[in-house]
Design a protein around this ligand. Sequence first.
Ligand SMILES: Nc1ncnc2c1ncn2[C@@H]1O[C@H](COP(=O)(O)OP(=O)(O)OP(=O)(O)O)[C@@H](O)[C@H]1O
Ligand SMILES: [Mg+2]
Length: 311
Amino acid sequence: MIELRNLTKKFGQNTAVDSLSLVVRPGAVTGFLGPNGAGKSTTMKMILGLVRPTSGQVLVDGVPYSRLKDPIRKLGALVDPEAVNPNFTARQHLALMATAGGIGMERVAHLLKQTGLETAQHRRIGEFSLGMRQRLGIAAALLGDPETVILDEPFNGLDVDGIKWLRALTKGLAEQGKAVFVSSHLMSEVEAIADRVVVLAQGRLIADMTIDQLMKANLSTHVRVRSEDDRKLAAAVTKAGGAVRQSSNGTILVNSMEMEEIGKMAKELGLAIFELTSARASLEDLFVELTAGSVEFQGQTALNGRGDAIC
Ligand SMILES: Nc1ncnc2c1ncn2[C@@H]1O[C@H](COP(=O)(O)OP(=O)(O)OP(=O)(O)O)[C@@H](O)[C@H]1O
Ligand SMILES: [Mg+2]
């Protein structure tokens, strides 16, 4: 279990993490979401004692990481898959860590198999693809069969099979009772595995909710509409109970209303429809929803010319 209490990190004038308080509970996967630069990695490094907080506290099982007894069995982490000696083989890398942590070689063999690296175990890490390095980093994180697992962007570089494998793995870890903390800048990656999501923007917590609450909030899907007269259609949709907002590429986005209903409404109004698609909300759309009214955040979400999220 991880507890953050008013955790803040400043790099000079830049506040990377701003008074962040949250709990990563056992028996669940907590998704840690936020766009590039939101402060996810900095937070994870503070949990691991790799970055010193400017203020606030981080506790792992009730104590700071540096005071953990037998840390390899308490907390395992993947934070930087490149932080490995490229001249070592995968097996040598894991064996060294295992020896330092008093862990038997059968655990190394088990993890090489579990992460799909069995056949590549005698190859130099320097020859590994990004996905293979991620798998090795995950194996290293799990070496001590830790109670808490932190994975920073573990989906990066994984192929389709790798993504499926990692989803099953993280869910399995939570089912075993472990506290699993997984960061991503993609909603879709985390949504499939997380019991809860924590959303960070510019170092601040903007949402901490269960996936059920997120779905009930109806933020994850919307209908994108472009018609002959969007203003007229938006007024009718709003009157009928739909939630309408404008996207930056001139279409309107509707929540809480089915596509068919909107189509029929346009027909009744005699309006030609140019586009009517059901779309999953991007993380940026979610931010816009969650931060509605927050002047500081508005206008700073990263949108490309089409109004779609970059990440
Ligand atoms: N060592 C450092 N020195 C100075 N600034 C830093 C340092 N590490 C991170 N930052 C800054 O802190 C902020 C948060 O960065 P961080 O890497 O935590 O974001 P992130 O959410 O992990 O982003 P990404 O999705 O790109 O990995 C950024 O503005 C970044 O430039
Ligand atoms: Mg990061």
